[in-house]
Design a protein around this ligand. Structure first.
Ligand code: PMV
Length: 361
């Protein structure tokens, strides 16, 4: 297995026909067991598993042509406009990939990207955008060198590259459920790339994730800074042990359709993520008052209705409301009556488990 993917053979020859274009649509994902804390180059300190989403996605296209002398090597447009802050991040990322894709130094790239969800919606876009970019780069490699003809090898490399851009993006490469990080409970699991995990009861392949947008404001502490604070968090080692055990427990619950256990773990993971932020040094908090009210309402509704509706949280104030497809009417009514008023401008993003990225011809 190739661990580093460094390959100095991937260089274009004089006279090679190299004009072309690639386009991918890649989804966001929501972690059930959370990745929080990393080392070295995007190596997770614990394994994680997520639902791949369907509606929240990024579409990225890249037109490539021979780089002319004095030409900018990248042009980048986000939703039809030049965005310098994104351009800088992409430029730094692509430069760091030169040992893996040396041919990038010989190309001019015209990159265009857009999201299916509003930019200020508080939905993290790094998973969908970095996975879409990684898929495009692997497609360019394959178009130019025919080195990734095998589907499995193609997606493994795309997941590896996506991970280098944003850890959680590695999981967006696979549909339904994906796991990243070594776990003895997942076959072929790796710290370097994610793997698809479909060994679950069919209920979990049709789950809903409706995101109540409590605030679309930019986060006060970025995920990068949050991961770094785990290095000095006194609870870190216990947390990593808990996550490893929660992998086993959640996999068991999904294989046997033990909804009670599934709910317990999903909510514990969300609460732990935010508790870790609150006991970091310096401490910080990303939940808002309405995040807590929403959580309380979900728990109260679950108790009184006996329906399997639950919450999880990403690194932000928005509440992901998870439930199986067979209670969608009851969930819709609950959200309308009790959650909508807690959101910013009545914003709910209705999503569900999806099939993963699509190449657009
Ligand atoms: O992929 P990053 O570096 O933005 O980290 C994301 C971490 C969480 O979204 C909070 C959890 C996860 O596993 O997705």
């Amino acid at each position: 297995m190739n661990n580093s993917y460094q390959n100095d053979q991937l260089v274009l020859k004089n006279g090679q026909d190299i004009n072309g274009s690639v386009k991918w649509q890649s989804p966001s994902n929501i972690a059930l067991v959370k990745y929080w804390g990393k080392r070295a180059i995007q190596i997770p300190n614990n394994p994680s598993i997520s639902f791949t989403l369907n509606e929240a996605h990024t579409i990225t296209s890249i037109e490539y042509s021979p780089l002319k002398p004095h030409q900018d090597w990248i042009t980048f447009e986000f939703e039809g406009k030049k965005e310098d802050s994104f351009l800088n991040r992409i430029e730094r990322f692509l430069k760091s990939l030169h040992p893996i894709f040396p041919f990038l130094q010989q190309l001019h790239l015209n990159i265009k990207s857009s999201n299916s969800f509003p930019h200020s919606s508080g939905i993290a876009s790094s998973a969908s955008s970095m996975s879409a970019l990684a898929l495009c780069l692997c497609s360019i490699e394959d178009n130019l060198f025919s080195t990734l003809q095998e589907k499995e090898a193609f997606f493994m490399k795309a997941s590896h590259i996506a991970r280098l851009g944003s850890g959680s993006a590695s999981r967006s490469i696979y549909g339904k459920l994906a796991a990243w990080g070594i776990s003895k409970y997942i076959d072929h699991s790796s710290d370097l790339h994610a793997v698809g995990h479909n060994d679950v009861h069919s209920t979990f392949k049709h789950f809903h994730d409706d995101v109540a947008i409590i605030s679309g404001d930019k986060k006060s502490v970025s995920s990068t800074a949050g991961h770094a604070l785990m290095d000095t968090n006194i609870y870190a080692s216990k947390r990593y042990e808990q996550a490893k055990m929660n992998m086993k427990r959640i996999l068991d619950s999904m294989a046997s359709n033990d909804m009670e256990q599934f709910i317990e773990i999903v909510e514990e993971e969300a609460m732990t993520l935010h508790a870790l932020m609150m006991c970091s040094n310096p401490s910080y908090m990303l939940m808002k008052p309405n995040t807590l009210t929403c959580i309380e309402r979900i728990r109260a509704f679950r108790k009184e209705s006996n329906l399997p509706i639950m919450f999880t949280l990403d690194a932000g104030p928005n509440v992901h409301i998870l439930y199986p497809d067979n209670i969608k009417e009851e969930a819709a009514q609950f959200i309308q009556e009790q959650v909508m008023e807690l959101t910013e401008n009545n914003r709910i993003i209705y999503d569900q488990v999806g099939d993963g990225p699509k190449m657009i011809k």
